[in-house]
Design a protein around this ligand. Structure first.
Ligand code: F3S
Length: 397
């Protein structure tokens, strides 16, 4: 990989220890993936923020980087293991909270904005078409590449941090036109509506892509989709199919930039949607936990939840997971008071997957196919998918 003289100086340690370590990480990645050069990034999003993922080894790496490391571009964090203000009410233990804060403090020391969200695009870490990024959260990577038309590979925690410190990433993968074309034509012959149904669609397409050994679908037949439906779809197709980019005819900005694939085609009808939905509902589930906001809830979703909860009381543990800036807007709009008066809880900065809640609940109801996947695999809950309305009915009924 060709390095500029400044990049070479960083690699030689002339810009300090953290810049040297960061350049080593990026140069190694560049060599592995045959990148010709580096490209400037306008924003970074770092994952692996929960202390449950980092552990002491991760924390040690962060502390070393924070000794002289400062980020050069706008950088935010993925959800942490707890709500930084409300962790006690959510049943997080003191020792975990102390360690989680040590990690966040190390990020803050490097100049990282310690907003912990998987929807950075909703809260100001918002790229526009064609800009290069180094983002790590799989659902956000898929949203940035597909819905916005920005360009990012799915970074690991250390490579995202390295990009934040250098302000660049090796130019390979989704940064290049040649890797952004659709590979499989997916024809949807059904009306898809709601975050839950878009999540189900993501699972069908993701599962099929794995079977075919392909990554990038070109989807037709969707006539409209909201931001919330697309964020749910991104989370699901990334979880089940490892997809970082899709094109959706008439919806996403690059759908007519590359040729429509014609050799591999598969179709989805209402039957497929109904059958796959049933795969996301466990038998004999006893629901004691309802959570909405995977990916993090938008202000629009929180407004809808407030409307549905007005004057009611929840009878089960009910979390709304969101970014703290979105929660602040909800406070100002009066939504938070309605929601909290109903007995539901905000879990800002975190989510039902990264919070250390394994074993605390038996059955979770969500509107997210991604949360179903991790609810089962990571937290060992039984799961049930439903619309936001059905989730609220379950919590209040
Ligand atoms: Fe976000 Fe947690 Fe879901 S990080 S995408 S809310 S699993």
């Amino acid at each position: 990989m060709k390095l500029t003289s400044e990049e070479q100086d960083m690699l030689d340690g002339k810009y300090g220890k953290s810049a040297k370590k960061s350049m080593e990480i990026l140069a190694t990645l560049g060599e592995i993936f045959d990148a010709e050069c580096m490209v400037d990034v306008v924003g970074v999003q770092i994952a692996g923020v929960s202390y449950a993922n980092l552990g002491e080894a991760g924390l040690e790496f962060l502390s070393e980087m924070a000794e002289d490391g400062k980020v050069r571009v706008l950088t935010t964090l993925n959800p942490a293991g707890m709500d930084r203000e409300n962790w006690q009410a959510l049943g997080i233990d003191k020792e975990f909270a102390k360690n989680q804060n040590r990690a966040i403090d190390a990020f803050a020391k490097m100049g990282i904005i310690t907003t912990c969200s998987c929807t950075p695009y909703l809260i100001g870490n918002t790229p526009h078409f064609g800009q290069h990024l180094a983002w790590a959260e799989s659902s956000a990577v898929c949203y940035a590449n597909s819905v916005i038309g920005a360009r990012t590979n799915r970074e690991g925690g250390p490579s995202a941090l390295a990009s934040a410190i250098i302000g660049k990433t090796p130019k390979y993968g989704y940064h290049l036109d040649e890797n952004r074309h659709g590979e499989v034509l997916v024809k949807v012959n059904a009306q898809v509506k709601g975050t839950d149904e878009f999540g189900v669609l993501g699972k069908i397409i993701g599962d099929k892509l794995v079977e075919l050994g392909k990554k990038t679908p070109y989807i037709t037949g969707i006539s409209r989709a909201t931001v919330e439906e697309l964020k749910s779809f991104c989370a699901s197709v990334a979880t089940y199919g490892g997809t970082a980019l899709f094109h959706m005819e008439g919806i996403t900005p690059e759908y007519n930039k590359y040729p429509k694939p014609s050799d591999i085609i598969f179709e989805i009808n209402q039957d497929n949607l109904d059958k796959t939905r049933l795969e996301l509902i466990d038998d004999d589930i006893n629901i004691d936990f309802v959570s909405i906001g995977c990916p993090h809830a938008s202000i629009h979703e929180i407004g809808k939840i407030a409307n549905l909860l007005k004057g009611k009381k929840v009878k089960k543990e009910f979390w709304i997971t969101t970014a703290r800036p979105t929660k602040r807007i909800a406070d100002e709009a009066g939504y938070s008071k309605i929601i909290e008066d109903a007995g539901a809880k905000f879990a800002a900065d975190t989510c039902c997957v990264v919070a250390p809640i394994k074993g605390r609940f038996k059955g979770i109801m969500v509107d997210s196919a991604k949360a179903c996947y991790y609810g089962r695999s990571k937290n060992k809950f039984k799961v049930k998918i439903g619309s936001i309305e059905e989730c609220i009915e379950e919590a209040t009924g």
